[in-house]
Write a protein that binds this ligand. Structure first.
Ligand code: FAD
Length: 550
């Protein structure tokens, strides 16, 4: 944390030097001592300090200075730093003026020159004033500040990225306070440019993409090595397990993940059925622990999105969104699934402006005391409903089927029934999302016919599909896009023509030798954290066997 500042102001260089020396000797360990040679220079310094949000504890100014005199300067300084203690240094002849200034300019004290010995004439007064200042001083928040708008998709993306990567930040809603608007106008920015991320060093990014943000918050975006044994694409439970086992067993392992370690599990509120955590574990916590564990063994992580896969003889090249390529002998694809989109009028326009996919935990606090709607009847929807019930005054679950029994685990159904502010609307579907700038209502079709209800938040859990379009056609997949691996590659007992190896594909190997598949992205996988972890772990065994063939 930056030390609070003591600012000394005098046009006489030798006097200024003497004040600064005395201040440093007594207060240098706790405060930063700065100087200015005129009132105007001091005002400029204060403006800059203010823009950087640095705390100023005390301003000590000479009275007789050309240009702006001491009293006038301290009066103007008060508008910049109203809480800083203001002390006037005067010659004996100016004592009367100094006393008057205590009232008119609200200075806190005046000191006569010379102040020798400082132990008697300077420090007692200043220490007293500084104690007083300290009592009312709250250290400023030092992390990032995100200025945004609650009903903005980009704002939601930035906050979600920071939260999931455990980067502390403070969110400032531009609509909530004129001070926030001033933070923008002070930087010649306007609300059309939101979200804006302000950094502690005074710099900022306007509407940043996650790659630029990743670089600024210390996440790695460049590979450190030219070549890896194993590149893992996607750091969900499957990819993280592979990273732990791969690195711990001596493979040079690189993990590529554009969001944050944890995958879908990272966005879920609480996983209650993962072995070894009897009271459940949040997905974010599981992701954080696994990331630390994999890093400890030497896995390297890049905050990047994979956009292509190129095969050249024994080498596999994963192409990244910023144009880089990383090379390896083996690749594990563990990119999971994407949420299925709600196909109704208004849904695209209002995504991120009241309609969210996945649990969107980052929005939970913003829904405090509001009504929240959740669409879907599977476990993920149930978990989200329970999570939001802790913040919202009412959670309405919109379920197409007659109830939850066929689609949701019993322990979740029991908990939902015990939660008084969750209401189930069965046999109900959403027909339309209403609102221009943000979600304002929903048109529903239920047993009683069509109704329109006011709504500001709708969380959607209606299934998921694999995002495998970016992969080459040589990776065989089922008609929904899930990748085939191992024995699944055989049709009518025969391996596909594309498979040219004289051996059988390994259990989790795709139709391209050396490219493995684990977790939700794999055809026929069980969509559970434990099975993704299991697949990621055993895939590493097959990577070893594959590499042994070189
Ligand atoms: C709301 C919800 C609640 C759930 N609750 C439970 C539960 O309680 N218990 C349970 O066992 N299971 C639960 N599941 C299921 C479980 O989360 C998944 O089965 C599991 O996360 C699958 O892991 P994965 O590693 O295969 O994929 P994912 O977890 O989907 O991870 C894939 C990762 O790949 C990344 N990625 C995607 N595309 C790219 C790309 N092009 N380049 C690089 N990286 C990419 C993604 O950002 C993501 O981090 C839940 C799922 C949801 C949605």
């Amino acid at each position: 944390m930056a030390r609070p500042i003591l600012l000394a102001v005098d046009d006489d260089t030798s006097v200024l030097e003497a004040v600064v020396q005395d201040l440093r000797r007594q207060y240098g360990a706790t405060y930063r001592v700065m100087r200015a040679a005129s009132g105007q220079a001091a005002l400029d310094t204060l403006d800059q300090l203010k823009a950087r949000q640095e705390p100023v504890a005390l301003i000590l100014s000479d009275q007789r200075m050309p240009g702006i005199a001491g009293v006038e300067f301290l009066e103007r300084a008060r508008t910049i730093y109203p809480d800083a203690k203001r002390v006037l240094l005067t010659a004996y002849a100016d004592t009367e003026a100094a006393i008057r200034a205590i009232n008119t300019a609200r200075i806190h004290y005046y000191l006569n020159k010379p102040w020798d010995p400082p132990e008697e004439k300077l420090y007692p007064v200043l220490t007293d004033l500084l104690d007083d200042w300290n009592a009312g001083y709250q250290p400023p928040f030092e992390g990032l500040r995100v200025i945004g708008h609650r009903w903005s998709l980009n704002d939601h993306k930035v906050r979600s990225f920071l939260s999931r990567n455990q980067v502390p930040y403070r969110w400032l809603d531009v609509a909530a306070s004129p001070d926030t608007l001033k933070l923008l106008t002070d930087r010649q920015l306007n609300p059309d440019q939101l979200p804006v991320v302000l950094f502690a060093d005074g710099t900022w990014l306007v509407d940043p993409d996650v790659e630029s943000l990743a670089g600024r918050v210390g996440l790695s975006t460049q590979a450190t090595q030219e070549f890896y044994d194993l590149v893992v694409v996607g750091a969900g439970p499957a990819g993280l397990a592979a990273a732990v086992y791969g690195a711990s067993e001596g493979l040079r392992t690189l993990v590529i993940e554009p969001e944050a370690p944890g995958g879908q599990a990272g966005s879920t509120s609480r996983i209650e059925n993962y072995l070894g955590f009897p009271s459940g574990i949040t997905g974010a916590d599981l992701g954080r622990r696994a990331h630390a564990q994999a890093s400890r063994f030497g896995s390297e992580f890049l905050t990047q999105r994979a956009t292509g896969l190129r095969i050249d003889g024994q080498y596999r090249f994963v192409q990244l969104a910023d144009g880089q390529e990383v090379s390896s002998h083996a690749v594990l694809l563990s990119t999971g699934v994407h949420y299925r989109k709600l196909d109704i009028p208004g849904a695209d326009r209002l995504t991120g402006r009241g309609i969210y996919y996945g649990a969107a935990l980052v929005e939970a606090a913003a829904c405090k005391d509001e009504e929240v709607f959740v669409v879907g009847g599977a476990n993920s929807a149930g978990q989200a409903a329970l999570h939001f019930a802790r913040f919202a005054c009412k959670v309405t679950m919109l379920v197409r089927g007659p109830g939850l029994a066929a689609t949701m685990s019993k322990y979740l159904i029991d908990e939902i029934e015990r939660t008084s502010n969750i209401v189930l609307e069965a046999k109900t579907q959403v027909l339309e999302a209403i609102g221009e700038e943000r979600l304002e209502g929903l048109k529903l079709l239920g047993p009683q016919g069509a109704t329109t209800v006011p709504a500001s938040s709708l969380f959607v859990f209606i299934g998921a599909a694999p995002g495998t379009d970016w992969l080459p056609k040589s990776l065989l997949r089922d008609d929904q896009g899930f990748l085939l691996a191992g024995p699944q590659l055989r049709t009518d007992g025969k391996l596909p023509e594309i498979w040219k190896e004289p051996r059988e594909p390994f259990l989790l190997e795709s139709s391209v030798p050396g490219v493995f598949v684990a977790g939700d992205i794999r055809h026929g996988s069980v969509k559970r954290v434990a099975s993704a972890v299991g697949e990621g772990s055993i895939a590493v065994q097959f990577v070893h066997q594959y590499l042994a063939g070189f």
